[in-house]
Design a protein around this ligand. Structure first.
Ligand SMILES: Nc1ncnc2c1ncn2[C@@H]1O[C@H](COP(=O)(O)OP(=O)(O)OP(=O)(O)O)[C@@H](O)[C@H]1O
Length: 680
């Protein structure tokens, strides 16, 4: 860099020469900056103009240190953005990437308190600066919500009245930039020209900036000799400009840069700003592309957590809904899944000439079955064909006589007697669950009826029992229902997926609204943002899981043989694992829709392969190995063992459940860190 270069670089708040930046590789390569030059004098309002996709955002992101240029020289406030000991990113710069990129749910006081905490200011300083800013910016009361402010008008006021701040505004609305001290006209990653708006109008002898821009674009497209003139004109202009700037240079003045579009509540088209201030240097700036660049600072995490909690408090209705969603899910699960079907319609054909057929039918439960009598088997089967009944119970004419003979003669009875003393079931097997219930209950009823009849005639009541007997259960109870099998997996999966969804949403919204980048530019690290969301969501998780377990064990009386603390601990770890998955998803996806699609897309595959709905022993052998490695499978089995078998954390299997969940959580965080690095 020659003398002139040195002078230019130190006399401008932002100075760039031959800046190049490309995204992607091969066919997907996009040249966002292609040899761009830039001079933003101290204390100026600089309008960076150009069509969508010309590289404005890329340039601003390089200026605030969120991106690094591939080649070229770029200085902001006298040093390379992101350089060690430079406060960009950090307290020297403010950035509004899109819209206002402020937390609309916070009041003015809360927002200033948050940024004050992030920058390590004392409470007294924050109170003093808040009063000063309210007065200086003529802001409404400190309790006014940010979402209701007309931010952009105030932003321009700052620049015009303070003389202490340099602002870069980017916009698609070229004429609006006439108010700026200097404008830069950009196209396809290059600066076509740069000057005071009035100078540009004079030089090109045109009436509007838009006409100048169209003229420059046309010549840039044609690529004729005028291009070179324009470029040399640009450098000639730079020299003039820098000389002016050198005269006016005052290093104590701060600088602001902005991006623009329609801002909520404002008539201005400005949509983002970057501000630079000459204030004492704070801690070294983080590498914004790296998730864990340095150890997280407790002060910053607390500021972020308080900010998150305040935002939550503002949408108390939504928070209450978040608290009770898992309880509603478990209540619906316990009400709808695993109970025995009732009022199953059965067509009954009782042709028995004796009393025993009618007696047997009385043993069929009135709760489980609704009997509809038919005179002929054909009519009864027709009702099943029509879908009016789930099956037919057929009792033949010799039932009483043959059954008596069967009891009395034992092994000497003929096949005809066996056939005559049998109850026939003609079932609709399309619902496996209902046909299994009909089968089990009719058999159970027949056993009860036989015992009662044998007792009536003074025989041994167990004579007709099948020679297979179940004794006292080792674990569980003989009349346990399917709900008890599924409940542990349902508790685990509700917690896991709720945590994934809520964390993804919180993170992606923060990114989408530009607050994430704004935080990075303020020196907050991605790890601090991440940890603050984990802490906030964990508080929500505690309430959710507390209510969920209350419903499971007290209202629906799902058996709990083991230690309640172990159950709580394992479910919370599963929730943490879900949060880590949410963080990974939000790191992969920039758009809200793709993040939601990805997290929703994971629900069914994980649910089906984790042995929550059906025993894992039923899946094909090759899939079993994959299933067992998934985050929910062993953890669910471990929870089932704590709840049903009363096993403790000292049991290898339960212990494994904890280890696998923690292992997955760490894996998700590691992948997040790697993706963060790759995305750089
Ligand atoms: N992350 C990315 N990956 C690949 N290409 C990108 C990425 N970001 C920007 N680009 C491409 O780089 C070029 C410049 O984009 P940039 O967002 O900087 O332009 P812009 O002028 O700010 O546009 P807009 O006003 O619409 O935000 C565009 O062609 C864009 O498609």
């Amino acid at each position: 860099m020659g003398d002139s270069g040195n002078r230019q670089s130190t006399s401008n708040a932002v100075w760039g020469r031959r800046l190049y930046k490309t995204y992607g590789k091969g066919k997907n390569k996009a040249n966002a900056l292609a040899g761009l030059n830039l001079n933003v004098p101290y204390g100026a309002i600089y309008g960076l103009l150009g069509p969508s996709g010309c590289g404005k955002t890329t340039l601003l992101r390089c200026i605030v240190g969120l991106l690094k240029v591939d080649s070229g020289s770029l200085l902001a406030m006298g040093d390379v953005p992101g350089a060690r000991d430079h406060s960009i990113p950090g307290p020297m710069v403010g950035y509004m990437p899109q819209d206002t990129s402020l937390y609309n749910e916070l009041s003015i006081k809360e927002l200033l308190l948050y940024y004050g905490r992030v920058h390590g200011m004392t409470s007294e300083d924050i109170v003093y600066r808040t009063s000063f800013l309210l007065d200086f910016l003529k802001l409404p009361t400190r309790d006014q919500l940010i979402g209701c402010l007309r931010i952009w008008e105030h932003l321009l006021e700052i620049a015009q009245s303070s003389q202490q701040t340099t602002i870069i505004i980017t916009t698609h609305y070229i004429e609006e930039a006439r108010q700026a001290d200097r404008v830069g006209l950009m196209r396809a990653g290059r600066m076509l020209d740069e000057d005071k708006p009035s100078n540009l109008l004079d030089r090109y002898n045109m009436v509007s900036l838009e006409s100048i821009f169209l003229y420059l674009c046309h010549h840039d497209l044609v690529g004729n000799a005028e291009d070179e003139e324009l470029m040399s004109g640009q450098f000639a202009l730079e020299s003039t400009m820098s000389e002016d700037s050198a005269v006016n240079y005052d290093a104590s003045k701060p600088l602001i840069a902005t991006e623009s579009a329609d801002a909520g509540g404002s008539n201005s088209s400005i949509y983002g700003t970057v501000t630079f201030e000459n204030i004492p240097r704070g801690r070294p700036p983080p590498d914004p592309c790296c998730v864990f660049p340095s150890l997280p600072a407790f002060r910053v995490i607390m500021a972020l957590v308080i900010k998150n909690l305040t935002i939550m408090k503002r949408s108390i209705g939504l928070l209450f809904f978040e608290f009770i969603i898992p309880s509603i899910q478990i209540i619906l699960f316990c009400l709808c899944i695993g109970r025995d079907p009732h009022d199953i319609k059965l067509a009954v054909v009782n042709n028995d000439l004796g009393p025993m057929g009618a007696t047997y039918l009385k043993f069929l439960s009135n709760t489980t079955f609704k009997q509809v009598l038919f005179n002929s088997l054909d009519h009864a089967r027709d009702s099943v064909h029509q879908g009016d009944a789930w099956g037919v119970v057929e009792i033949r004419p010799e039932f009483s006589e043959d059954l008596m003979q069967r009891f009395l003669m034992g092994i000497n009875v003929s096949t005809k007697v066996i056939t005559g003393s049998t109850v026939y079931l003609h079932l609709d097997y399309t619902s496996q669950q209902i046909s299994a219930v009909i089968h089990a209950r009719t058999l159970e009823s027949f056993q009860n009826f036989s015992r009662s009849t044998l007792a009536l005639y003074g025989f041994n009541t167990h004579y007709s029992d099948p020679p297979v007997l179940t004794t006292d259960p080792v674990y569980g109870s003989a009349d346990s229902i399917f709900t008890e099998f599924m409940a542990p997996g349902i508790c685990n999966s509700i917690t896991f997926f709720m945590a994934t969804g809520l964390t993804t949403l919180a993170f992606v919204l923060e990114k989408k609204e530009g607050n994430y980048e704004r935080n990075l530019v303020n020196g907050v690290t991605p790890a601090e943002v991440m940890l603050s969301h984990v802490i906030t969501q964990f508080l929500v998780l505690l309430v959710q899981v507390g209510l969920l377990l209350l419903c499971t064990f007290t209202i629906f009386q799902i058996p709990l043989e083991g230690n309640p603390a172990a159950v709580l601990f394992l479910i919370l770890i599963e929730g943490l694992c879900g949060m880590c998955l949410g963080i990974m998803i939000s790191c992969c996806c920039d758009k809200e829709t793709s993040a939601m699609q990805l997290s929703l897309g994971l629900v069914y595959p994980l649910l089906l392969t984790s042995g929550i709905i059906w025993p894992i022993q039923a899946v094909p052998a090759w899939l079993e190995y994959i299933s067992e490695a998934l985050p929910l499978t062993i953890a669910t089995d471990a929870l089932r063992s704590i709840m049903g078998r009363g096993w403790g954390i000292d049991h290898m299997f339960v212990w494994l459940g904890f280890v696998i969940s923690i292992g997955w959580a760490m894996f998700f965080l590691m992948v997040t860190a790697v993706i963060g690095r790759i995305k750089r």
